[in-house]
Design a protein around this ligand. Structure first.
Ligand code: SAM
Length: 230
């Protein structure tokens, strides 16, 4: 038996590549985007009341990780990539039906558009549904997860002087908290856990329309070296 679903909108996100997107929402509050609703959901009626809600759940498709053959086991990067777990014990992007869910902050609402922050979604992500966060039901004080019991440990992020000046100038041009976004995303240490970084190796990703490059002077320290027009 199969069912078909269709997107109610698409996210225009600060994240133009998968690399360096935080592994969960809320880890980078400066990560912003707009959910653009498609007809007929772009009409005012569809979002009436949403201005009374601070956060929403987004159900979406991992459109850049869809696979024909379902996996039963996956290797979460958080566990170093060398331990496999049942797919349903993880938040892996490689999963049956490719459905993700994120709770994100609703900054502003207008017909056809929802301004979001704290997102972990790639640009162009198709959204299947929006549901209001309901604190009394969704916040569970007794919940635990022994596989992922705390947010990832942060590492230090430093700046080359020129890179910080470039980031500040780009932030002004974009009207976005770019310095904070870079710091919050890189502090999560985007490199795969099993990779010991060579200090001379440059890493990079694209945020909004800028290319950010960094290296690891030591495995526990990142230095941002360039923030350029992509
Ligand atoms: N919070 C969601 C969940 O639990 O279902 C997503 C968790 S998943 C581990 C987060 C990762 O998904 C991000 O780091 C990013 O690399 C990846 N991602 C985000 N949007 C995506 C998309 N549209 N297609 C494929 N991968 C995506």
């Amino acid at each position: 038996m199969s069912y078909s679903v269709s997107p109610i909108g698409f996210v225009r996100s600060c994240f133009k590549e998968k690399f360096a997107i935080p592994r969960q929402p809320q880890l980078a509050p400066a990560a912003r985007g707009v959910l653009e609703l498609v007809p007929p959901f772009d009409q005012a009626e569809a979002i009436e009341g949403l201005e009374q809600v601070s956060h929403v759940w987004l159900l979406f498709l991992f459109h850049q990780a869809l696979e024909d053959k379902p996996r039963l086991k996956v290797r979460p990067p958080r566990l170093g990539g060398n331990q496999s777990l049942g797919v349903f014990a993880t938040r892996s992007t490689h999963r049956p039906n490719g459905i993700g869910q994120s709770v994100v902050k609703l900054e502003r609402v207008e017909p056809g558009k929802l301004w979001l922050s704290g997102i972990d979604l790639l640009d162009g992500t198709p959204v299947l549904d929006i549901k209001p966060y309901v604190p009394y039901a969704d916040r569970l004080d007794t919940a635990f997860n022994r596989i992922a019991d705390a947010a990832p440990q942060l590492i230090a992020v430093e700046w080359a002087d020129a890179a910080l000046a470039q980031a500040r100038a780009q932030a002004l041009r974009l009207g976005e908290p770019l310095v904070e976004l870079i710091e919050q995303c890189l502090a999560q240490d985007p490199r795969p856990a099993y990779q010991l970084p060579d200090p001379s190796r440059r890493y990079g990703t694209r945020l909004w329309d800028v290319e950010v490059r960094w290296h690891y002077p030591e495995p526990t320290r990142i230095c941002v070296v360039e923030v350029l027009d992509a």
